[in-house]
Design a protein around this ligand. Structure first.
Ligand code: KG4
Ligand code: ZN
Length: 343
């Protein structure tokens, strides 16, 4: 039975698009009653990246347990839930299918409506959890392992992408550079930590601009520049200061993300700016935005690191607004690995 008119909307949300098996119960889009995340990082780090087949198998093993735990920690039962939400794309098809199938099964068994959510919409909505007063419109930078998007959030669930990466995503660049300097997977947090000991101005790595769209990003040139620098040092027999490489690379990424984002905020005439996605937990990125936004009189929003990397609470937040505007999916909902934002 749908509780459309009841004031309290409790969403049970499921997220499994990559290597986190996650479930959460979120009240009225903003209040997280539980946020259970089983991270598979240790399983994949020996391979230097996520192995889709291994991820799928682990999701299958963990998904029911994680959902039960989320309900239990929230002090709720299925009967209390208003709707079941799930990420149905973009992401890895096998992992996505596990979450979608589980959510469909719970939705069917409990007789609760099903709401499919776009993963990026989830990342952006993590800001609503952290900032109860935040309302669209605003500009959001989504920087994760798979995406680097500059998005105008026109309304809840209404997005316009104004910039995107032409090649590697920001997180992907972090992961590849980390591998090259022997830090392992996932690279972002490791570079973040090591960079604190290095000099960000030690090596002049390039800041790429994309001629056709000033809001687009390109990180593959920077990645190649780092690899070339490492090779040149090795050939000359020079010692490599990994902390300097990490700090200089990180500064190059941060400079570009800050410059493009704040240029967009100004040009599009907004006064609110948010960040989202795994890379948004980078300490240097957060500091740079904090400083630059304050200088320009822009309100800056940044979710806690736990809501930046993949989690299901953000899916529950996004799903609330989808639910409110009547979005319901049927049991034919399928995983869509390359789902576009706004579809
Ligand atoms: O959002 P997320 O958990 O998954 C995707 O949707 O892709 O993002 C994961 C990415 C990885 O590339 C990881 O290296 C990066 O976010 N990341 C970071 C940091 N923490 C995670 N990058 C830079 N600094 C961090 N502290
Ligand atoms: Zn993500």
């Amino acid at each position: 039975m749908e509780q459309q008119h009841s004031e309290e909307v409790l969403i049970l949300a499921v997220e499994s698009s990559c290597d986190e098996t996650a479930a959460s119960v979120v009240k009225n889009g903003r209040q997280v009653l539980s946020n259970v995340i089983f991270t598979q990082i240790d399983l994949h780090s020996v391979y230097g990246g996520v192995v889709p087949e291994i991820a799928s198998r682990k999701h299958i093993e963990k998904i029911n347990q994680v959902i039960e735990e989320a309900l239990w920690q929230a002090g709720t039962e299925l009967a209390d839930i208003t709707a079941v939400a799930v990420t149905y794309g973009p992401g890895l098809v096998g992992p996505l299918l596990v979450g979608v199938s589980a959510a469909k099964a719970v939705s069917f068994a409990a007789g609760k409506p099903l709401v499919g959510v776009h993963h990026i919409s989830g990342h952006i909505s993590a800001n609503y959890i952290e900032y109860p007063e935040l309302a669209p419109p605003f500009v959001c930078l989504v920087a994760s392992g798979g995406h680097s998007h500059l998005v105008v959030v026109k309304d809840y669930g209404e997005y316009e992408i104004i910039g995107r990466t032409r090649d590697d995503a920001a997180g992907e660049a972090f992961d590849k550079v980390a591998r090259a300097i022997g830090l392992g997977y996932p690279g972002g947090p490791k570079i973040d930590k090591l960079a604190r000991e290095g000099n960000p101005d030690a090596i002049p790595f390039p800041r790429a601009k994309v001629a056709e769209n000033e809001y687009d990003f390109s990180f593959s040139g920077l990645k190649s520049a780092v690899l070339n620098y490492l090779n040149a040092c090795r050939m000359k027999g020079e010692e490599i200061c990994r902390a300097d490489v990490a700090a200089s690379f990180q500064k190059a990424v941060v400079d570009v993300l800050v410059e493009h984002s704040l240029h967009a905020v100004k040009e599009f005439g907004y006064d609110k700016f948010a960040i989202a996605g795994g890379v948004a937990s980078n300490s240097s990125l957060r500091e740079a935005f904090e400083k630059e936004c304050a200088k320009r009189g822009i309100d800056f929003y940044h979710p806690s690191p736990i809501y930046c990397t993949d989690n299901a609470a953000m899916i529950g937040a996004a799903a609330y607004y989808e639910y409110k505007r009547g979005v319901r999916h049927g049991f034919d909902l399928n995983a869509v690995p390359n789902l576009k934002l706004g579809e």
